[in-house]
Design a protein around this ligand. Structure first.
Ligand code: SF4
Length: 325
């Protein structure tokens, strides 16, 4: 996950919740990819926030239930071997594979409009992503449907390396994680920090309630006595995610008969969301009360990751006929 700082409910439902569950069945490796974050920076001012963003994000992971005793949790740049593997994989990756990637084409199009130029790192982004996966010989990657083409590319790069130099890497499989789409408070688009329609996992109950009260509702319900249409109201769809089924049925019938007002409805939703977030907030407080603890977790995770990475690089050097120091 790119270190973007505090995470929101959409990040939790879209990825983190699954990551936490996967810990029961897999040996998991979770990485804050700070080198990937550099593909879009232009000055030191853009990088000043990286360390604090990492810390905020890792705290959210831990609060959500990522267990550093069971899973390896670390920062990408703590393992420089990933950059070595990136360079070596770039020797077996045809350029056409990279320039055909839809997200790359889209980035180029956006940059053309702003007259910026495409940097070399952006073209190689999927190669670095492949290195992130196969450096640890990971066989399974939890992703959303939109990421499947990237995993397919990683499989092709791993396969090509294996064909050239002998069986070395497992071809990683995408593990599709279906998650409900959480629309933001504006009722228009997917919850996202850049659209400021989000609810931070780490926000206080008061702040969460305040923001929920700003949520858009059925636009036709301009006064309290007009019956509402829950099926077009995002507050209702959030009730379906966070409130009990009895509460959801009550919302539906009271909304369609104008027996409840939208403000009360949102207050009730805020209560449900706060109940949902409470265990995470408690865990976050526990981690925050131990200064330096997140650093310790990352140091330990980085060591464990590096031990795996060093072995892979040794094998790759040998297979590619490179000199050891
Ligand atoms: S009462 Fe609730 S579900 Fe109905 S329109 Fe208002 S906020 Fe939406």
């Amino acid at each position: 996950m790119r270190p973007t700082g505090l995470l929101h409910l959409g990040n939790y439902l879209g990825a983190l919740q699954n990551w936490v569950e996967l810990q029961d069945d897999y040996d998991c490796i979770y990485c804050a990819v700070d080198i990937h974050a550099l593909t879009t920076v232009e000055s030191q001012a853009d990088t000043n926030q990286i360390q604090s963003n990492i810390e905020d994000m890792i705290l959210d992971w831990l609060a959500a239930g990522i267990d550093p005793e069971r899973s390896i949790v670390f920062v990408q740049s703590q393992v420089p071997e990933v950059m070595t593997l990136h360079t070596l994989l770039s020797m077996v990756t045809p350029l056409g594979w990279l320039t055909r990637v839809p997200t790359f084409k889209e980035k180029v199009r956006q940059m053309d409009e702003t007259e910026e130029t495409v940097n070399y790192g952006l073209v190689g982004y999927p190669v670095l992503q492949t290195a992130d996966i196969i450096l640890y010989k990971a066989d399974t990657v939890p992703v959303g449907r939109d990421q499947v083409p990237h995993i397919e590319l990683s499989r092709e790069i791993a396969r090509r390396f294996n064909n050239f130099f002998g069986d070395t890497f497992p071809e990683p499989q995408a593990k599709l994680t279906e998650s409900p789409l959480l629309v933001g408070l504006d009722g228009q688009a997917k919850m996202s920090k850049s659209l400021d329609n989000h609810l931070d996992l780490a926000a206080t109950p008061e702040d969460t309630s305040k923001r929920v009260l700003t949520a858009f509702t059925d636009p036709q319900r301009t006064t309290r006595n007009i019956p509402g249409r829950p099926e077009v109201c995002n507050v209702y769809s959030m009730h379906q995610m966070f409130s009990s089924s009895t509460a959801v049925s009550a919302v539906y019938s009271e909304c369609t008969t104008a027996a409840r007002g939208c403000v009360d409805c949102k207050r009730q939703l805020a209560g449900s969301i706060n109940d949902f977030l409470e265990p995470m907030r408690d865990r976050r407080k526990e981690y925050e009360s131990r200064p330096g603890y997140v650093r310790e977790i990352l140091d330990e995770g980085g060591k464990r990751a590096r031990a795996i990475a060093a072995k892979t690089i040794e094998e790759v050097y040998e297979k590619m006929g490179l000199a050891r120091g």
